[in-house]
Design a protein around this ligand. Structure first.
Ligand SMILES: Cc1cc2nc3c(=O)[nH]c(=O)nc-3n(C[C@H](O)[C@H](O)[C@H](O)COP(=O)(O)OP(=O)(O)OC[C@H]3O[C@@H](n4cnc5c(N)ncnc54)[C@H](O)[C@@H]3O)c2cc1C
Length: 529
């Protein structure tokens, strides 16, 4: 027998965006909120320790998707996605970057996302943020739920890399989210007192203390129940395979992330007509943009072996575990992506390349490494390539086909090669150069152009920042309007990284949280009207 339950609003997914929505929408005591999450509560100590990035790439808290084989690379790449309280914010590398003003002005001017220009979104970044060092200023917030702090541990070789980047000509910055969006420095992170601080820590757990919020964990939403232009509920399957229904008289909000939100829409008969008909799915709305326009930042890990005779290791030794347990300091407080740079080319204002650096091996398919290493993840900050997410089955448990279409636009490869050349140049500057003993992912420390192009194709992956598969806007390929309502429906919204019309420069957690903060106000306005 299906279970039945009635709520004001239903939120599908308790990730970065879903956690914000659960919190903000339940501020109104008259509203009853149900959150449905496929994963479980994040009890594991891994979810408290910053230096747990690598184990969290697998296991029960990750969907562990793989892309289709990439035409430019001749192989698939990993598509990890958080699964559980906090979603991807609970398994990420904690880097706090917002993107630049032109990213958001571009959403408004190029895609018709009215109300989402930089001046419109900055107040929501500030509302979300509680910045321990920069406090309350025109760019930063001091009172929000999202802790943004300096990490409690920076590896000495990371500091040497920042100094080398400055010696190579980059400007030093101690605020990547202020007036200027470029420079090299130590990142601020979503950590609090040395511990990870996911969207579940910031928003979801406090919201669950309220009597008007309920979460159903371990359930997978298969489709939205539609009556004409209205979403009236959702159908889900629990861990035992039993089906359930939940009903909403307010809004149904899909916040399942850039891979699963299009999947839920497609399974609900909202998407490209031909694709739906091929799978025998009744077409409720022919919306060609659903699952299209997938973007991610291509990434190449420039990995050097380093001489660590006089510097510590980030390995999880018993001593490091004891130190972290005692006062949340030491190597396990490292966020791995401790520092980096945003680099503009040719005197432009906006970055073309992001570097993320740490004294650890970050890269897919690496050989077993016996020597200590340092990684500079070189990312194309504003890629032009667009890929797809397509369902291959009517069964929600079957993974969709994910094609990030890495380097489909040849400009992305050009930008990457330039970024890697510059990264190699930084590595040859002191004081970093003194630590370098060899390389893992390039053919020697000074490869030829041809060798470097082959090395880049051999090791390119994504940065795990999928966006734009339910893009906001007014054009033919737009899926949601600027109030984040799915075109053609009155009370069905998508709120997560999938609605970005184009990916932002930098990492995508802070922008997703901003989107949900603003969406909560949009939904509240409708509920009050
Ligand atoms: C390994 C990794 C490292 C990253 N590092 C950084 C970083 O350092 N800094 C940064 O800014 N960004 C980083 N990101 C990206 C950032 O975390 C994401 O962009 C952001 O969390 C996306 O939020 P979201 O709400 O769109 O989706 P998610 O946070 O992924 O939330 C979606 C939620 O929906 C649930 N769900 C999915 N389908 C269903 C369904 N059918 N029924 C019920 N529930 C469902 C999922 O289990 C998940 O909990 C990283 C991401 C990953 C995976």
């Amino acid at each position: 027998m299906p279970q039945a339950d009635h709520y004001t609003h239903i939120i599908v997914g308790a990730g970065s965006a879903g956690s914000v929505l659960a919190s903000r929408l339940s501020e109104d005591k008259d509203v009853r909120v149900l959150v449905l999450e496929a994963g479980r509560e994040d009890h594991d100590p891994l979810h408290r320790t910053p230096a747990t990035f690598l184990p969290l790439l697998g296991g029960a808290f990750n969907w562990g998707y793989l892309s289709v084989s990439q035409a430019a690379l001749g192989r698939p790449v990993a598509v990890p996605r958080g699964r559980g309280y906090g979603g991807s914010s609970a398994v990420n590398a904690n880097v706090y970057l917002r993107g630049t003003a032109s990213d958001y002005d571009g959403w408004r001017d190029e895609y018709g996302a009215d109300g989402w220009g930089w001046d419109d979104v900055l107040p929501y970044f500030r509302k979300a943020e509680r910045n321990s060092r920069l406090g309350d200023d025109p760019y930063h917030g001091a009172d929000g739920p999202l802790r943004v702090e300096d990490g409690k541990y920076v590896h000495p070789v990371t500091s040497a890399w920042v100094a080398a980047a400055v010696n190579a000509g980059l400007e030093h910055t101690d605020d990547f989210n202020g007036e200027r969006g470029t420079g090299a420095g130590i990142f601020q992170s979503t950590v609090h007192d040395g511990r990870r601080w996911s969207a579940a820590d910031a928003y979801l757990r406090p919201a669950l203390l309220r009597p008007n919020v309920r979460i159903l964990a371990g359930v997978t939403v298969g489709r939205v129940v539609l009556e004409g232009r209205r979403a009236v509920g959702v159908a889900y399957v629990d861990g035992d395979g039993d089906e359930g229904m939940a009903w909403a008289d307010g809004e149904v909000v899909i916040a399942a992330g850039a891979i699963n939100s299009p999947q839920v829409l497609l399974l609900s008969g909202i998407g490209p007509r031909n694709d739906l008909e091929q799978l025998g799915i009744h077409v409720n709305r022919d919306l060609p943009g659903v699952g299209q326009n997938l973007q991610d930042h291509p990434a190449f890990p420039l990995i050097s072996t380093i001489d660590t005779a006089d510097v510590p290791t980030l390995a999880a030794t018993a001593a490091a575990a004891e130190q972290f347990e005692r006062d949340q300091t030491g190597p396990l407080a490292s966020t791995f992506a401790e520092a980096g740079a945003l680099v503009a080319f040719d005197g432009n204002a906006d970055a073309e390349i992001e570097y993320m650096t740490g004294a650890v091996a970050l890269g897919e398919g690496l050989p077993e490494l016996t020597e200590p290493v340092f990684t500079n993840v070189v990312m194309v900050a504003k890629p032009r390539s667009r890929g797809t997410v397509r369902i291959v089955s009517r069964d929600p448990a079957i993974a969709p086909a994910i094609d990030p279409a890495i380097y489909a636009d040849p400009d992305d490869l050009e930008v990457m090669l330039e970024g890697v050349q510059r990264a190699i140049s930084i590595a040859s500057h002191q004081p970093f150069a003194a630590h370098v003993t060899g390389t893992i992912t390039t053919t020697g420390q000074h490869p030829s152009e041809e060798q470097l192009a082959a090395d880049v194709l051999r090791w390119t992956q994504t940065t795990y920042h999928p966006t734009s598969t339910c893009a906001m806007g007014t054009g033919a390929m737009a899926v949601v309007d600027p109030t984040l309502r799915v075109h053609g429906f009155d009370n069905l919204r998508v709120v997560d990284a999938s609605v970005m019309p184009a990916i932002t420069r930098g990492n995508t957690n802070a922008p997703t949280i901003m989107i949900a903060e603003k969406a909560a106000d949009l939904i509240k306005e409708t509920t009050r009207a």
